[in-house]
Design a protein around this ligand. Structure first.
Ligand code: GTP
Length: 235
């Protein structure tokens, strides 16, 4: 039935990926296009967990004289809003999903319970993990690696605004080299800013492969799952 290379994936979507042209908030068309592709990979038999960011609603550390913990908790709430938007758009397409939050908001979503998440995944439901790790000082990239490890995903699909990992910012440096494949050690040593160092180290320690690809074209989600050569594989 499946042309998929992977049985179970953890898709990391930044908040910005949901904002599209609007830059902030949730753009229904953009979210719809992403969810169409999630539906396609579910129909290919792939089990899908999603960790979603919150930067389209709230960027904690940009110019706010605020306690870091407060700013981070606000960011976690932002991810819960994105989780609801994703769940709504998936269900509008007939894709079963469950939203689990790392901080209890029981009236709105299930609390994160790994054994329930496992059961949902086995039943073909998309599990959206919101509120990051539930702790300040950790990014949603770190949450993605943590959840990927917990659900024993085959790979993390990291959808980014940029289409791959480069040796320098290709917008600034025209000699920037695109990597097809790179090791975690190199990412850390060269400080390539694929993810923050906590997330990268967690990936490396758990031998969790990571594919960085451009989310501007949501078809890339399907290409990634089929194992086509897109983006950069970090392993
Ligand atoms: P099964 O065990 O396969 O039946 O899983 P299920 O998720 O369908 O069962 P459950 O009875 O746990 O959930 C039914 C519905 O209630 C689902 O849409 C869940 O997402 C939702 N739900 C479960 N627990 C909570 C919770 O603590 N808070 C909220 N808001 N919804 C919940």
């Amino acid at each position: 039935m499946s042309e998929a290379k992977y049985k179970r994936v953890l898709l990391k979507l930044s908040g910005e990926a949901l904002a599209g042209e609007s830059k902030t908030g949730v753009n229904a068309e953009t979210v719809g296009k992403i969810c169409d592709k999630i539906k396609e990979i579910i129909e290919m038999g792939v089990e899908v967990g999603i960790v979603v960011g919150g930067g389209n609603f709230w960027r904690g550390r940009n110019g706010h004289q605020m306690e870091r913990t407060t700013a981070d908790y606000m960011g976690m709430l932002a991810t819960a809003m994105n989780g609801l938007a994703l769940q709504d758009a998936l269900e509008a397409r007939g894709v079963y999903s469950r939203l689990q939050t790392a901080i209890e908001i029981k009236e709105i979503a299930e609390p994160f319970i790994i054994r329930k998440a496992e059961k949902h995944l086995q039943k073909g439901r998309v599990v959206i993990f919101a509120c990051g790790t539930g702790h300040p000082y950790f990014t949603t990239d770190t949450a993605a690696v943590l959840r990927a490890t917990e659900i024993d995903a085959d790979i993390i699909l990291l959808g980014k605004a940029i289409d791959a990992v480069y040796s320098a910012d290709p917008k600034i440096d025209e000699n920037a080299k695109k990597y097809d494949e790179i090791s975690y050690l190199e990412v850390l040593e060269k400080d390539l800013k694929v993810m923050d160092s906590t997330a990268t180290a967690l990936c490396r320690d758990n031998k969790m492969p990571l594919l960085v690809f451009g989310i501007a074209d949501p078809e890339n989600i399907v290409r990634a799952v089929k194992g086509e050569k897109i983006g950069t594989l970090v392993k």
